[in-house]
Design a protein around this ligand. Structure first.
Ligand code: C5P
Length: 222
């Protein structure tokens, strides 16, 4: 069997990371969650009181920053300048501000390069917003995963509960809709389905069903 690249894009809360993790584990591939990189940059910028609309200040901060993604049993650990920030980057504050940071082309350029390096040695499952369109344009399998806003909010609610983060359904629906809008309407590499991507609606699918659908498609390419 072949070492292929699998790109999974889609809006917030569609189940990308949960499903991508399972797919990677089944194939013995490396899983990379690119959203974690944008979140780590946002987390550090907030802590250092950097204006999130100041692209130059963000870039000089990023050039002095080390972001390490380490595959782990539970998926992926995120280290920022040597510190484990895996859970810290999931805070409401980071979530509410990450789209502003990820809209800067100079920040994207630096992170995309890093993502391409991480993917260069073999079997990879990478999830994000622009993986099929910009990061891994030659990926053998491209999936665009979505689900209704209500379903995505419900999943985020349950997810937050497990992490001990308090949340409210109406707020989640608003926040997810706003993030979809910002990510889809930005100038630099907006969230859009690649022409050669397969659309997967997970609204009515269990995690296992969605993972199986992708594994079946992957096996056809291997
Ligand atoms: O996937 P996750 O929700 O953690 O991503 C957080 C944010 O990072 C997204 O809302 C988006 O603004 C940004 N992002 C991006 N490109 C990617 C992955 C994430 O712009 N490839």
């Amino acid at each position: 069997s072949k070492q292929i690249q699998i790109a999974i894009d889609g809006p917030a809360g569609a189940g990308k990371s949960t499903i991508a993790k399972i797919v990677a584990e089944n194939l013995g591939f490396t899983y990379i969650d690119t959203g974690a990189m944008y979140r780590a940059v946002t987390y550090k910028a907030i802590n250092e009181n950097i204006e999130l609309n100041n692209a130059e200040a963000l870039e000089s901060m990023l050039l002095k920053t080390v972001i390490d993604l380490k595959p782990s049993k539970s998926g992926q650990l995120v280290f920022l300048d040597g510190k484990d920030v895996t859970n810290l980057i999931r805070s409401n504050e980071v979530t509410a501000n990450v789209s502003q940071v990820s809209a800067h082309p100079n920040i994207r350029e630096i992170l995309v390069k890093k993502q391409q390096e991480l993917a260069s040695n073999g079997g990879i499952v990478m999830d994000g917003r622009d993986i099929a369109t910009h990061v891994l344009t030659e990926a053998e399998l491209k999936i665009f995963m979505s689900a209704s806003v209500e379903e995505r909010a419900k999943r985020r609610f349950i997810d937050n509960e497990k992490r001990g983060i308090p949340s409210n359904m109406d707020t989640l629906i608003q926040e997810i809709s706003l993030r979809d809008k910002l990510d889809s309407e930005r100038e630099a590499s907006p969230l859009v389905q690649a022409e050669d991507a397969i659309y997967l609606d997970t609204t009515e699918l269990s995690i296992e069903q969605a993972a199986d659908a992708i594994l079946k498609l992957a096996n056809e390419k291997m």
